[in-house]
Design a protein around this ligand. Structure first.
Ligand code: ADP
Ligand code: ZN
Length: 602
């Protein structure tokens, strides 16, 4: 009888379980139900794949991600696991053949779309087959409030009713507490053991830069921090997506657009290129994302403020699934806040929901204007404690603060005296004493605060107003007009002093996303070997028509670079090289390593 550890080592090629994987596998293999809450990249797949291999019969994996099933099955087949999928992309004959394999006990894992699973025909097929476990992936799809909602997921509780003796494991990377409760309720998992991991993603470096020519800032970030890397750029609108993708292409970046307005075949083609080629940038609306299983997404950039920290966490979580360094980078300005507020107010949703949406946006603002470690803010929001991380822009480059009490009083009184309905731009013009047409039109050049803020730069004023909005001293109407809120009274009365963040100079603003290299290649010799290993992988991937990472992930190539194995045995000890892959690709990679060794030994 193989053990969980021997399967991990021989089939998957990993030396040890991570985090709670071992406990989860043991629990499910011993017939227990489980709810697994683990961040993206935490290693959820092994939690159901290994129990399925340990128990007699086939593991049934319910997944909404039809586009991914082929790659998932390819990856398992590479490892020698007998895997298949059933979804609408198969014709009748192909589907029948797979059903037959299930009945004959010739499958270890079968991925199924939920709508197919629920058909009476499939339920009857299941009754006639030996089932090892049911795995419900992306379990948050049961939540009607999330934007990944799949109505069929709600009916998945029938699995429990029809097959009470088969263990079920539901998995999700959703950090949100209410969604977790909903999963338990709707999937009837009250008896299941809950395995909750930390939602920290230590390899992701968070950074927020003040918006000032966002395209240029993005380009600078791409060229300096992530040249030649794969990544996702999120924009708010389809139009922005198109424009940004086109502009990046003109700048020589391999960028493609993706949004719901493109026809299905274009979307599919762009997604496939992103998954298969290892240096594509996809510019997208939030429609792009769920089920992007690509492990080597090196950055996620936001050109607009997301609506909530839940969304932000999920979107940025698509970076660095392989555990290697990755970036979450965002540009943000007051205009974003105004736009989102406007969208909330005009959405026509009930007041109750609007109130929640406003709170979520405020939390998002709190993250952008955080005075110290961003990761702390993010994890606190998900009720986790954390110490300063050392891997976010604020930890790496602590912002300077200044005593802004006097300046803030000038700003507050300008807002008050001009009637509490003008936007940040005009308020700043008053403070700086600018005689614009609008100024003359409103007669604001006669205000006593006209020109009293010339000692502070425009950028500093913009930042100050944003911080006042983020700390709820100043409110923004849906048209962008600023007004005073209760919290500013103490400052106005001189009872409270205020330390605010000083705006960084332009160079710092732009470079806040510093280089986060996947592998540090210090010498020409190392660069040469790295390129040769990648070339070998690319060649094999093309030959087999699978994504490069299905052959070996970057983490595995990195180990090869570090350890320089010179025999098949030594290669077998590399993390990510199991029995089957050693047999298939061992000699190819060994040849590359030996050739390189010989050349450089001379
Ligand atoms: P999730 O589904 O939670 O996002 P995956 O199951 O895709 O995560 O795993 C993320 C990455 O980590 C994959 O490349 C996987 O092969 C790797 N991985 C998972 N478990 C281990 C382990 N015990 N040792 C080494 N690598 C692992
Ligand atoms: Zn930090």
């Amino acid at each position: 009888m193989p053990t969980a550890l021997s399967i991990l080592q021989h089939t998957f090629g990993y030396p040890a379980f991570r985090g709670q994987q071992a406990d989860i596998v043991e629990h499910v293999a011993a017939n227990g139900d489980a709810l697994v809450l683990m961040p993206t990249g935490g290693g959820k797949s092994l939690c159901y794949q290994i129990p399925a291999l340990l128990r007699p019969g086939c593991g049934i994996v319910v997944s909404p991600l039809i586009a991914l099933m082929q790659d998932q099955v390819d990856a398992l087949t590479q490892l020698g696991v007998r895997a298949a999928f059933l979804n609408s992309t198969l014709d009748l004959q192909e589907a029948n053949a797979i059903e037959q394999r299930l009945l004959n006990g010739e499958l270890d894992l079968l991925y199924v779309a939920p709508e197919r699973l629920l058909t009476p025909r499939f339920q009857s097929l299941l009754r006639r087959s030996q089932i090892a476990i049911f795995a419900i992936d992306e379990a948050h799809c049961v939540s009607q409030w999330g934007h990944d909602f799949r109505p069929e997921y709600i009916q998945l509780s029938v699995l429990h009713e029809n097959f009470p003796d088969i263990p079920r494991i539901a998995l999700t990377a959703t950090a949100d507490h209410l969604t977790r409760l909903e999963i338990v309720d709707r999937l009837a998992l009250q008896e299941a053991k809950v395995f909750l991991s930390s939602f920290d993603r230590p390899n992701i470096r968070y950074a927020v830069v003040e918006k000032d020519n966002p395209r240029k800032q993005l380009l600078y970030f791409l060229r300096n921090a992530h040249p030649g890397d794969a990544g996702i750029v999120y924009c708010l609108s389809r139009k922005k997506v198109e424009e940004t993708a086109k502009w990046l292409q003109e700048q020589g970046i391999r960028a493609l657009p993706y949004h719901a307005g493109l026809d299905a075949s274009t979307r599919q083609a762009h997604q496939t290129r992103f998954l298969r080629e290892d240096n594509m940038v996809i510019v997208a609306t939030v429609a792009f994302g769920m089920g992007i299983d690509k492990p080597d997404v090196r950055f996620v950039a936001h050109l607009n403020l997301p609506k909530s920290l839940e969304g932000y966490y999920q979107e940025t979580g698509r970076a660095g699934r392989d555990g290697l360094p990755a970036s979450a980078w965002m540009t943000y300005g007051l205009q974003d806040v105004i736009l989102l507020r406007e969208m909330i107010e005009q959405s026509g949703t009930p007041d109750e929901i609007k109130r929640i949406e406003r709170q979520k946006l405020d939390a998002m603002l709190g993250y952008c204007e955080a005075p110290s470690c961003r990761r702390q803010v993010l994890l606190h929001y998900f009720s986790e404690d954390a110490t300063p991380c050392g891997n976010c822009d604020l930890c790496l480059n602590p912002p300077q603060t200044w005593d802004a009490t006097t300046a803030v009083r000038k700003a507050l009184s300008t807002i008050y005296r001009s009637g509490q309905r003008y936007g940040a731009g005009h308020v700043i013009d008053i403070l700086l004493g600018r005689e614009t047409a609008k100024m003359r039109e409103c007669g604001h050049q006669h205000l006593s605060t006209f020109g009293i803020g010339k000692d502070v730069s425009e950028a500093q004023w913009r930042s100050t107003l944003r911080q006042l909005v983020a700390t709820a001293m100043v409110g923004v109407s849906e048209h962008g007009g600023l007004h005073l809120l209760d919290a500013c009274r103490a400052v106005l009365r001189g009872e409270q002093t205020l330390q605010l963040r000083r705006v960084s100079d332009d160079k710092q603003i732009i470079s806040a996303g510093s280089k986060t290299a996947t592998v540090t290649l210090d010498t020409d010799e190392e660069r040469e070997l790295w390129a040769a290993l990648r070339q070998c992988r690319k060649h094999l991937a093309e030959e087999q028509n699978v994504p490069a990472y299905v052959i070996f992930g970057d983490a595995t190539l990195k180990h090869m670079l570090e350890k320089r194995p010179q025999s098949l045995e030594a290669l077998h000890a590399i993390s990510g090289i199991g029995d089957m892959k050693l047999e298939k690709y061992g000699t190819d990679f060994l040849a590359v390593l030996q050739r390189h060794h010989k050349i450089h030994a001379l």
